[in-house]
Design a protein. Structure first.
Length: 218
């Protein structure tokens, strides 16, 4: 069974998805971390993010695995490097590369075979898992998302700088050639601006129960 969650940067998809995974026993996959992993390794190897050919050549050599909820690439745990400011600054550019999206989507599908998963990103409900059993779109105001990211304490940027970065990321995500941020017409839309994480999780889990019951009745 697949639960697919989409939404813009900073909306809380990762935190919410992890909690739902813990409550349901599903495997949690963060699709954005796959792009962050490629971005981190591109930068570490001194490759210019604008050098598409070099980026793709590197990506083709990468083997992605999940161990105890953390992302490994070619056997190396790189979880701790995925959310630094340099990765934040370049990940949207790399994730807009169409052939790279196909490489990442293939890796995600490979990991998800024969498993109950909850996967989140920008195009999970529209491109990667268009036939997902449950589709969710999480949203929140830019101001709310910037404040949440600022309070995480992982960025050295000011609140205003984070807000500007999120707005720039939104613009890129909504205008990608493939895999752009869209609301699937059959997704449950939740504005989380005034909801706690617990309240969002309750709404998603309740909807999942309804879907499961409906499936069993067929």
């Amino acid at each position: 069974m697949v639960i697919a969650i989409d939404g813009p940067a900073g909306v809380g998809k990762s935190t919410i998805s992890r909690q739902i995974a813990e409550k349901t026993g599903f495997l949690y996959l963060n699709s954005g971390n796959f792009y962050r992993a490629v971005t981190y390794l591109v930068l570490r190897k001194g490759i210019e993010p604008s050098d598409t050919e070099a980026v793709l050549n590197l990506a083709e050599t990468l083997d992605f695995t999940i161990k105890e909820g953390e992302l490994f690439v070619n056997g190396e745990n790189i979880e701790e490097f995925l959310h630094n400011d340099s990765v934040d600054a370049s990940v949207a550019q790399l994730s807009s590369i169409v052939p790279l999206r196909r490489i990442v989507n293939k890796a995600i599908h490979k990991i998800s075979e024969a498993l109950d998963i909850i996967v989140e990103g920008r195009d999970m409900t529209t491109v990667v898992f268009p036939d997902a059993d449950l589709k969710i779109f999480l949203d929140a105001s830019v101001e709310t998302r910037a404040k949440r990211r600022f309070e995480q304490g992982v960025s050295k940027m000011t609140l205003e700088e984070i807000k500007n970065a999120i707005e720039k990321r939104d613009e890129i995500d909504r205008n990608k050639e493939e895999g752009s941020l869209k609301i699937s017409p059959d997704a449950l839309y939740l504005d989380t601006s005034d909801l706690t994480i617990g309240q969002v999780c309750e709404k998603v889990i309740e909807t999942l129960r309804i879907v499961k019951n409906s499936t069993q009745e067929k």
